[in-house]
Design a protein around this ligand. Structure first.
Ligand code: FAD
Ligand code: UDP
Length: 368
């Protein structure tokens, strides 16, 4: 077979493709990146507004317990000491997140873990046996009051579904702690790249050829012909022209505003947990990097059902969609030339560190 122009054609310029590209380039492989947007970075991309890095596709906080992943990203860019400690606003009442002694104390006026446990134990006694859905899981973790004020409204807005129809794992992402600790994550390492995520992205794709504003699925044959192998990080149903029907996603709409004040909400993330406020959270981007600019940029995040032309944000990991995904996956596993990776192609609710871990595995298989 004639040697192709590229060893790898990478479809998508996000973190998965970037991690793979970094190691491939280091090994002397030639990579071409095809990205349908007009810039690289995938969900991590930030725009500079008033000297503030605005997280264009949702707030991103890097956190991991994997030392190899942490060392890898730190070898490319230094991270700051940002610790995510969002605040929940329920009809003007302010609670610390995640669920911890500060939350319990504000909710019930308790002071000790024993007092908080007693209330939660009493409130969760209504749930018998293994929790069957998100509602039961939430009540059995933190009791009825917190479920009603801080979880139900937010979750039903976010997912557009009743909490009884959602899988319990979604809520298990959040820590529940009987200590006065507002750190949103349990991971060992956490921070934001100094200089913003774009610094990381540039380092990852250094040495690659890049074709922007190009949708691979519009002309697969041409791009396949350019490379020995294709690493596809787009949506799997799109790769097969939705032949079994579309997979479902939740989407988001962001509304950003520049405000002529220095500090709007005193914290990077405020969750609006009532059902009536149409947005789920307000992000004040400068606080991710301890910004001291005279202006500030805020973004309201509105959940939305995915429709043609919108960005895919979250896979809907219910049974129906998992089954459909498996059908597509079976087709993809028969391909010799195309390898899959990342949150869209794997249809997984992946954090950044997990995406890097998954790319490491492909690097092991492909490049060793
Ligand atoms: P993506 O970043 O989606 O990259 C895929 C790229 O492929 C995109 O640029 C897309 O335009 C391109 N593409 C798709 N189809 C095609 C095609 N046909 N042709 C050409 N290009 C194509 N993780 C954390 O660890 N911490 C957080 O705080 C965090 N916050 C998040 C907040 C939100 C709102 C969301 C949605 C996710 C968050 N994540 C967070 C998860 C994080 O965004 C992902 O783990 C990560 O971005 C996945 O990288 P990826 O390369 O798999 O996918
Ligand atoms: N959640 C909630 N109230 C909050 C924050 C989160 O009920 O104030 C629930 C909601 O169901 C959400 C899940 O916890 O989908 C996971 O939250 P996380 O912040 O991890 O979501 P992400 O940042 O990935 O959107």
């Amino acid at each position: 077979m004639m040697k192709k122009q590229y060893d790898y054609v990478l479809v998508g310029g996000g973190l998965f493709a970037g991690t793979f590209a970094y190691f491939a380039t280091k090994k002397g492989k030639k990579c071409l990146v095809i990205e349908k947007r007009n810039k690289l970075g995938g969900n991590l991309y930030c725009e500079d507004v008033e000297g503030i890095h605005v997280h264009k596709y949702g707030a991103h906080i890097f956190h991991t317990s994997n030392r190899k992943v942490w060392d890898f990203v730190n070898s490319l860019v230094e991270f700051n000491r940002y610790t995510n400690s969002p605040v929940a606003n329920y009809k003007g009442e302010i609670y610390n997140m995640p669920f911890n002694m500060n939350t319990f104390s504000k909710m019930w006026g308790v002071a000790t873990p024993k007092e908080a446990k007693a209330i939660i134990d009493e409130q969760k006694s209504a749930i018998k046996g293994e929790p069957k859905n998100l509602e039961e899981q939430a009540i059995s973790l933190v009791g009825e009051d917190i479920y009603r004020k801080l979880i139900k409204g937010y979750t039903e807005k976010q997912w557009g579904r009743d909490c009884k129809d959602l899988p319990s794992f979604i809520i298990k992402r959040l820590p529940v702690r009987y200590t006065y600790d507002n750190n949103y994550f349990n991971d060992l390492y956490q921070g934001i790249p100094i200089g913003g995520y774009n610094v990381l992205i540039e380092a990852l794709f250094d040495g690659c050829d890049v074709k922007l504003n190009t949708d691979y699925n519009q002309d697969r044959e041409t791009y396949n012909a350019l490379g020995q192998k294709v690493i596809y990080t787009g949506a799997l149903d799109a790769l097969y022209d939705f032949c079994y029907g579309p997979l479902e996603y939740r989407s988001l709409r962001f509304e950003s505003e520049v405000l002529d004040e220095e500090n709007y909400q005193g914290v990077a993330v405020v969750n609006y947990t009532d059902r009536e406020t149409p947005y789920t959270r307000v992000i004040e981007h400068k606080h991710f990097e301890f910004g001291t600019q005279t202006k500030t940029v805020i973004t309201r995040e509105y959940p939305a059902e995915w429709e043609e032309g919108m960005e895919y944000y979250y896979p809907v990991n219910d049974e129906k969609n998992q089954e459909l995904y498996q059908k597509y996956r079976k087709k993809a596993d028969e391909e010799e030339k195309i390898l899959l990776g990342g949150r869209l192609a794997e249809y997984k609710y992946y954090d950044m560190d997990k995406v890097i871990e998954s790319a490491f595995q492909l690097v092991e298989k492909e490049l060793q």
